[in-house]
Design a protein around this ligand. Structure first.
Ligand code: SAM
Length: 249
């Protein structure tokens, strides 16, 4: 059975990799990249650079796989992602069949950790022919956020929710939860939350030389974050940010 290593690469710096990830990188023959085009181009370049820097003992090559477009205008977001996953599985399955030699090991590099808002494992599950998957965890942007602000994400005996900007804007804090990590937020959804008693710990381009951090009472720093985020985006052409909202003490 084809062997596929799904390797979490943190924010793309060699020192974000575990020893296990370095060993896995040094065992892959062909890395498959589902290419989204810009701004993901820069992230693809980061992955190539990472491999150049840490792979010392094994020949390897990269194969670009055309990433099918997701229907971003669809009314049913979940169905649109299901359809997209199936299309991606078709494209990746074809590439695995045609590009891998006998006994070759395939690798997929995942930004951060595959456990958080990443479709790679779902795509592999949807392949027509089953593959033998090994997951090597990576440092997630969530962990980078906590470390950069020197905080724990969880409070004693309390739950932590991880959600998207879209969900936060639609429904606010999840029921029964006063600590929420927000990812995939294009629109600064924290502006739609009642700021009374809420602290925000925000970070963009975490773990990179472009990292920016802001923390404080939401009411006091929300507009500052909007401005700093927009400047960070202007500098690089894109921005990725994550934040923790904490209600009460
Ligand atoms: C498709 S998800 C992938 C998450 C990734 N698997 C992880 O473990 O961090 C992309 C989201 O992750 C967050 N993210 C990824 N890299 C980031 C970074 N360097 N700084 C801040 N947030 C980041 C942002 O919320 C972004 O919208």
């Amino acid at each position: 059975m084809t062997s596929v290593k799904v390797i979490g690469v943190g924010m793309g710096e060699p020192d974000h990799l575990s020893a296990r990830a370095v060993a896995a990188l040094n065992s892959v023959d062909v890395f498959f990249v589902l290419d989204k085009g810009s701004p993901a181009d820069e992230l693809a370049a980061v992955r190539h650079d990472l491999c150049r820097r840490v792979i010392t003992s094994h020949p390897y090559r990269f194969v670009q796989v055309r990433d099918p477009r997701r229907d971003r205008g669809a009314d049913d977001y979940v169905q649109a992602v299901v359809d997209w996953t199936a299309a991606r599985a078709g494209a990746l399955g074809e590439a695995l069949r045609t590009e891998l030699g006998h006994d070759d090991c395939a690798g997929l590099l995942v930004w951060g950790d595959p456990a958080f808002y990443d479709g790679t494992l779902r795509v592999l599950d949807a392949l027509r022919e089953p593959v033998d998957v090994e997951v090597i965890p990576g440092l997630s942007s969530i962990q980078m956020l906590a470390a950069a602000h020197r905080i724990s994400l969880t409070r004693v005996g309390q739950p932590l929710a991880v959600t998207t900007g879209r969900r936060l804007a639609a429904s606010g804090f999840p029921p029964g939860c006063d600590d929420v990590v927000v990812m995939l937020d294009k629109d600064c959804a924290f502006r739609h939350v009642d700021p009374a008693g809420v602290t925000i710990y925000w970070g963009a381009h975490l773990g990179t030389s472009h990292q920016v951090l802001i923390a404080g009472e939401l009411a006091a720093v929300a507009e500052q974050i909007v401005t700093v985020r927009s400047a960070a985006r202007a500098r690089r052409g894109w921005v990725m940010d994550t934040y923790l909202l904490r209600r009460g003490r």
